[in-house]
Design a binder for this molecule. Structure first.
Ligand code: PLP
Length: 396
């Protein structure tokens, strides 16, 4: 289909919730993409942190084709071997004594986390505890509750009334002062993704984790974007050396097949009938996740993941040094990186010019050029991406 035809149909039949760019990507090989007109791109977006083992990955497509021939879905009324295996891999990779619930997206995983915390708050102790503290500039998803958990006032303009019990802290320091008898949990991203690739300070996080343990307030870490090796370790929680009570995952886990997970050490809280999902953890999504985890575990163990992450970091930082008039700071970890731009207006221009030069790249917050490449990106693909980025910069 020609891009004009797709655009016409899209305009007529699809609700206009996205400001789409006018290209249609139809094929990919690791971090190289092709659109419907035959133009090639380097992918520094991985479908917003999703296509963790690259486009067109042969192991993933073989595993999926093989599974699809036998069974895609049967429901959670029956045992599902790849679901149990996937839970085992996630728990063992994490090193935490936890159990998993399978959902279909990040927002849904966060809904599960909030339900676990709220039920814990109802049955633990005498006073019902329900308040959840989140951070300003956070992003936790688009369902009504995940949206309310999101600390961005502008996103609460419509859609009310929202569920009660969410409190926003301006900073990590402010969290402790907001805890009261009704507080059951604090929910944070260790690196705020949508908020602008903003990592939290390690000491602040460790101090907060200790305070919460002491006060029996649960720590929920939203690892929807940071999880599955995005920041270098399997979980960013391991990088920060903390032990959360609840962790959520999604994006990179399925390599493009929708999946979400909430995992918790509070294994006794949810009982049969408390939570559920028709599609969650079905044969298709957990087969995908098992393959993604196998590929990335091998990649990490071989040392190549760390090597490529260091190389990627060196290229992002070099770019900031080369263009100090454009970029004020290089931020992030692993393959979740950003360059803060001095002019927010130049950011949209930069993304458009990059696309014209054959590079897909993202925006985060108001002024951050965001890099989220596939974790399997090669040195050649990284180099080619930066050549194109510099060509785009030259046209500004
Ligand atoms: N949490 C974080 C940290 C995210 O970055 C996102 C998506 O960007 C979400 C939750 C929502 O995930 P989903 O779009 O899969 O519902």
């Amino acid at each position: 289909m020609r891009v004009e035809e797709i655009e016409q149909m899209d305009k007529r039949f699809v609700l206009p919730t996205y400001g789409r760019q006018h290209i249609s990507i139809i094929e990919g090989n690791n971090a190289r993409l092709k659109d419907s007109e035959g133009k090639e791109y380097i992918d520094f977006t991985s479908g917003i942190g999703v296509v963790s083992i690259g486009h067109g990955n042969e192991r993933l497509s073989n595993a999926l084709c093989n599974q699809v021939r036998h069974m895609i879905h049967i429901s959670n009324l029956y045992l599902i071997a790849p679901q149990a295996q996937c839970a085992q891999k996630i728990v063992e990779n994490s090193g935490y004594d936890m159990q998993c619930f399978f959902a279909n997206s990040g927002a849904e995983a966060n809904e599960g986390a909030i339900k676990i915390a709220r039920k814990y708050g109802e049955v633990d102790g005498e006073a019902k505890r329900y308040k959840i503290i989140t951070l300003e500039h956070s992003f936790h998803g688009r369902t009504i509750t995940a949206l309310k958990a999101t600390g961005q006032e502008a996103m609460h303009n419509y859609f009310g009334p929202f569920p009660d019990g969410f409190v926003y802290a301006n900073s990590m320091d402010e969290i402790e002062s907001l805890i009261d008898d009704h507080t059951v949990a604090v929910m944070i991203e260790l690196v705020q993704g949508e908020g602008g690739v903003q990592p939290l300070e390690r000491e602040h996080v460790q101090k907060l984790a200790a305070v919460l343990k002491e006060r029996n307030v649960l720590l929920i870490v939203d690892e929807v974007q940071t999880g599955i090796y995005r920041t270098g370790e399997f979980l960013a929680s391991q990088l920060y050396d903390i032990e959360p009570d609840i962790i959520t995952l999604a994006k990179g886990l399925g390599g493009g097949v929708p999946i979400g997970v909430v995992m918790t050490s509070k294994k006794e809280v949810l009982q049969a009938g408390d939570h559920g999902s028709t599609f969650g953890g079905n044969y298709l999504s957990t087969t995908a996740a098992n393959t993604v985890l196998d590929v990335l575990n091998e990649y990490k163990e071989s040392g190549i993941l760390d090597e490529m992450m260091l190389y990627f970091e060196s290229q992002v930082t070099a770019c900031q040094r080369e263009f100090p008039e454009l970029f004020s700071e290089s931020v992030g970890f692993g393959m979740m990186r950003g360059l803060r731009m001095k002019s927010a207006d130049a950011l949209t221009q930069m993304i458009n010019r990059s696309r014209e030069e054959g590079l897909l790249i993202l925006k985060a917050g108001k002024n951050t050029l965001r890099f989220l490449p596939p974790l399997t990106i090669t040195k050649e693909e990284i180099d080619e991406g930066f050549v194109r980025l510099k060509r785009a910069i030259a046209t500004l």
